[in-house]
Design a protein around this ligand. Structure first.
Ligand code: ATP
Ligand code: MN
Ligand code: MN
Length: 313
């Protein structure tokens, strides 16, 4: 996927040849996950190892990052603008707003990733659009948000149902753990589609599934609390909205990772936080192929509005 990413991001080559190891890390010994013995140096080593994989998902996109300057035990905050002195590989991209424009963060290479880590970034949250094509979604994300009373096996069944509903309308989809409570199902789109079409489609899938299986799903934000079901969070699919990027760490207990997996691994998946900073790396080294192999090469676009209901009601 790295070649495709380079193409997609028009990779900057400002200081080609500089090793990511050259990024200076202050307070490498500082514990980032309290009580877990995971330091800023460990976080940097993790991101150095996964940088090409992370960049395939977050590179060249406007980003929100979650920073935890004093570790996950203290206040963390989202940031979408770059700051002074963040390093020469942390780019800012101009995002046009209703009135005027704004400057957002973006990275294209491992040095940029590590310069963000130096600024105590733990989580990477990309747009579903490239910085070079901000008005078009090149992926749709269904973020399954279960009420705490929903069992893990129900969450897994629900992910499979979403997969099958998408397959029924001819769309290939990819699975990742969120590193939190739920699962994300990601649909690559090429050519990319205008945001209003992406959002409308995602809402329609969520509404159709909630209509057909009202004991499993809700499609209205907040209703999973009242109804003790799974909210199909389709609201990630809007210009400016983000979802956590594949291979991002999460600032939660146990240092979990948002981990892409194969659909065939779903049945045996133990939880949405099954992979952490250590086991994710071990799995990456062990596995024979990228679980999202082909993601960047798939050419598929949204079906006509009638198709979703016709196939899934
Ligand atoms: P979980 O499986 O526990 O739901 P999640 O990453 O899917 O984990 P959500 O609360 O469902 O968490 O949020 C989905 C995405 O919305 C996040 O990954 C993030 O990109 C974005 N998001 C949520 N809250 C914020 C926030 N306060 N600021 C910026 N982005 C946010
Ligand atoms: Mn979620
Ligand atoms: Mn959500």
């Amino acid at each position: 996927r790295s070649a495709a990413t380079r193409r997609a991001t028009g990779q900057r080559t400002k200081t080609a040849g500089t090793a990511p190891g050259d990024v200076r890390l202050t307070h490498p010994e500082r514990e980032v996950f309290p009580g877990e013995g995971i330091t800023k140096a460990d976080v940097a080593a993790y991101y150095r190892a996964v940088a090409p994989l992370l960049l395939a998902d977050v590179g060249g996109r406007p980003l929100s990052v979650l920073r935890c300057p004093d570790g996950t035990g203290k206040a963390c905050f989202f940031q979408k603008h770059t700051g002074r002195g963040w390093g020469d590989h942390v780019r800012s991209v101009t995002v046009k707003e209703k009135s005027g424009s704004d400057r957002y963060l973006a990275v294209d290479d491992a040095i940029g990733v590590l310069q963000l880590v130096q600024m105590n970034v733990l989580e990477f949250h990309p747009w579903g659009a490239l910085a070079t094509d901000q008005n078009h979604a090149d992926r749709i994300i269904f973020d399954l948000d279960p009420h705490p009373s929903v069992t893990w096996s129900e969450v897994k069944k629900a992910a499979r149902i979403v997969h099958d509903a998408l397959a029924a309308i001819g769309l290939e989809s990819f699975l990742r753990t969120s590193g939190g409570k739920g699962l994300h199902i990601v649909v690559p789109l090429a050519p990319a589609v205008p945001w209003d079409e992406a959002k409308q489609f995602a809402a329609q899938v969520a509404d159709t599934l909630a209509g057909a299986r009202p004991r499993t799903f809700v499609s209205i934000a907040g209703e999973q609390k009242r109804d003790k079901r799974i909210f199909i969070d389709w609201l990630r699919n809007a210009r400016g909205a983000t979802s956590v990027g594949s291979y991002s760490l999460r600032a939660r207990a146990g240092a979990p990772v948002a981990m892409p997996i194969e659909w065939s691994e779903l049945a045996r998946l133990r939880s949405a936080a099954a992979y952490d900073i250590r086991s994710a790396l071990a799995k990456i080294k062990r596995r024979k192929r990228d679980p999202w192999e082909g993601f960047d090469r798939i050419r598929q676009t949204l079906p006509s509005p009638g198709a979703v209901e016709a196939r899934n009601s």
